[in-house]
Ligand binder design. Structure first.
Ligand code: XMP
Length: 515
């Protein structure tokens, strides 16, 4: 892999994604890892990420400088660039000045790393100190007002670095620089594709599972669907999928799991219609956290009951040893830098099964980012509607009905949500919008006039957001005509709703979901 050494800022995941966009497999490792441990991973190249603003700061992260003597190509970014400059004998000046945001870099000598760059390029900066002298043997490629040495390389040693952030979109030629380094300076061949991921995972799953039986909980979302499809491809009819229908999915989604997913993959699917169980448990509950806990608890109970039936009644017996989970790479990284146990989301990742139902986990998506999961799903032949499904919370519409949940309210919200989804799709906005929760303010009423009569109905909130990772988000600027169309249709076609409002709050301070 290409190792991305996390020097403590938020950039390591983004760098790892950009490397994969260059069709090379990447992994994130902590800066505290020794050069020997890095070498044990057989790295194709090492990239040092950005970090704090100064290498002279107390407690500033350091990287084992033995990596520069291993012969592995090294690329330094921002703070990583300064670390590298300092370790190799250049000078890093403690300027106390900051250069932040959009900056113009003047290219003195494009070299291999900046090949194809015009004489000046726009780059995104975020640094305090700056490199004043490049290490011996390194060619200075660029400078900015705040950084006399803003990029350098030594092609013989296969090392290079830039002071700016090539991984952010604000540096338009950033990906080109990264690819120049990977392909030309480091000499790597891009060969990491969805097809290679599938081949590799299929082999790993077969090795792990052997002839044992495997179960998988399907949620309707893309992660569990792709994970199940991979396992199905690997071990075929040793897999049984369980779909707990809690009645809180959007209109048509349960049918899509039952029909389209099975048609695309041929999996054996057990559907448990548990709608009444969830409605009963949620009756009169209005507190958001209580709702979440109840839905999570009932989900595990329902799944457990199905798993028990499979293990004890359906003749699969003790052979069911494995449970598939759709854990993704960001979960893995966030729970300890890729080395630790997976952080199990409390809801549909079925973390809380009782002790006498112990399964080993099969997690074929552990190394993948969301967009890669989608690419793998398409390659496996899953329908676009499943692969491109926008994120949907495990507790479903239960946390989009503000107030107590009952069947009548679910019906209202499903109808309004279906209209919003249909119109956003028709306007071609699905890929621009991260997701668009549609929320029913079930305990709020307002006066309206429809036809000749006064109405006293409920508001629907549209919450379209754009985001890269759901950690932060901005409200999407959906064209007014599209909003007008959605509003018209909802108020005309859903009689209980007489008002449609738009949520124009970013995250933070607002979360994406209302509860
Ligand atoms: P918030 O509301 O925290 O949501 O800004 C961030 C993202 O997570 C989704 N979400 C969930 N996903 N189980 C899930 O699998 C949950 O309980 C859950 N709650 C929120 C939400 O839709 C958004 O994409």
């Amino acid at each position: 892999p290409v190792l991305v050494v996390d020097c403590g800022a938020q950039y390591a995941q983004l760098i790892a994604r950009r490397v994969r966009e260059a069709r090379l497999y990447s992994e994130i490792v902590p800066h505290s890892m020794s050069a020997a441990d890095m070498l044990a991973k057989n790295p194709a190249a090492i990239i040092l990420s950005g970090g704090p603003s100064s290498v002279y700061e107390d407690g500033a992260p350091h990287v084992d400088s033995a990596i520069y003597d291993t012969g592995v190509p090294v690329f330094g970014i921002c703070y990583g660039f300064q670390l590298m400059a300092k370790a190799l004998g250049g000078t890093v000046a403690k300027t106390g000045l900051r250069e932040y945001g959009r900056t113009t870099a003047s290219i003195a000598d494009a070299g291999a790393t900046l090949a194809g760059s015009p004489a000046e390029q726009t780059v995104w900066m975020s640094h305090g100190d700056s490199v004043h002298e490049a290490p011996a043997g390194f060619t200075v490629l660029a400078k900015t007002d705040g950084a006399p040495v803003a990029a350098f390389e030594n092609t013989e040693r296969r090392m290079a670095g830039v002071q700016w952030h090539p991984e952010v979109r604000h540096t338009p030629l950033g990906q080109a620089a990264l690819e120049n380094f990977l392909y030309t300076v480091a000499g790597l061949t891009p060969d990491w594709t969805s097809a290679s991921v599938i081949d590799e995972q299929v082999a790993l799953i077969r090795a792990q599972v052997g002839s044992a039986q495997v179960i998988c909980g399907l949620s309707g979302g893309v992660d569990s669907a792709v994970a199940a499809a991979l396992v199905q491809k690997a071990v075929g009819d040793q897999l049984t999928c369980v779909f707990v229908d809690h009645g809180l999915l959007r209109s048509g989604e349960a049918e899509q799991v039952e029909r389209d997913f099975v048609a695309a993959t041929g999996v054996r699917l057990v559907v448990a219609n548990e709608r009444d169980r969830f409605l009963d448990a949620l009756a009169d509950v209005t507190d958001p956290e209580t709702k979440r806990k109840i839905i999570g608890r009932e989900f595990i109970r329902a799944f457990e009951a199905e798993a028990r039936k499979l293990v004890h009644d359906a003749g699969l017996g003790e052979e069911v040893k494995f449970l598939v989970q759709g854990t993704l790479y960001p979960d893995v990284v966030e729970s300890g830098g890729g080395e630790g146990a997976a952080n199990i989301k409390s809801h549909h990742n079925v973390g809380g099964l009782p002790d006498d139902l112990k399964f080993d986990l099969v997690e074929p998506l552990r190394a993948l980012f969301k967009d890669e999961v989608r690419a793998v799903g398409l390659e496996l032949g899953l329908p676009e509607e499943i692969v491109w499904r926008q994120p949907f919370p495990g507790p479903g519409l239960g946390i989009r009905i503000i107030g107590a949940v009952n069947q009548e309210r679910i019906d209202i919200l499903q109808a309004a949500d279906a209209i919003a989804r249909e119109e956003l799709t028709k306007a071609g906005l699905d890929r621009d919008i991260w997701q668009c929760p549609v929320v029913l303010l079930a305990d709020v009423r307002s006066v309206g006039v429809q036809g000749d009569g006064r109405t006293y109905g409920h508001p629907i909130v549209l919450r379209p957001v754009s985001s890269e990772d759901a950690m932060t988000a901005d409200w999407s600027r959906v064209p007014y005509e599209v909003l007008a169309h959605i509003s018209n249709r909802i108020t005309n076609e859903v009689p209980e709703v007489n008002r449609v409002v738009l949520d124009v709050t970013s995250k933070p301070p607002g979360t994406i979901e209302w509860e």
